[in-house]
Design a protein. Sequence first.
Length: 224
Amino acid sequence: MTTIRLAVLDMAGTTVADDGLVVRAFDEAATAVGLPGSGPERDDARRYVLDTMGQSKIVVFRALFGSDERARVANEAFERAYERFVDAGDVTAIPGAEKAITLLREANIAVALTTGFSRSTQDRLLAALGWTDLADLALTPADAGRGRPYPDMILTALLRTGTDDVREVAVVGDTAGDVLSGRRAGASVVAGTLTGAHDEATLRDAGATHILGSIADLPALILT
């Protein structure tokens, strides 16, 4: 295996326990734009949100609700709801996540935390977990140009950390979008983790090079 110099790690579902908070926040967003509270339309929208988990939320809402204005209203409602859940203490770290990140950094591997949320929501999440200084950097789609499944956040992390080669990058996430972004970026390790939205078959179908039980297993994979 190529020596890894940079680990790009997803947040919700990968390093942060989600426990259905994204779907709960989506339900508030859908209500804000007038989607019926029950029935096929709501069920189909929830399924789409699950299928596209990890992607930039504003992009997901544009696809669902058909206009920039409705997407903006939905996104604002989603962010308010998710931030309220964070403030209520409804988010926790995946067991072993903090230790894994610390071990990587002690081994001179840079760590970037990435998300499909906005900067304000990511900052709130990091503060709630006490992770403001845990990683080398934290990125959102707005920092990079596009969110997952595009490779922009991974390549931005590579540039900002001065990593020399895309093959020196490991990407870890719990969704097909995470995996696809890692493959598009050229990372040599693109690991799916089973603590979030998508199952092993979905992650393998997306092109995962490895499957991890959780982020806690990452140091054993890449520290050689």
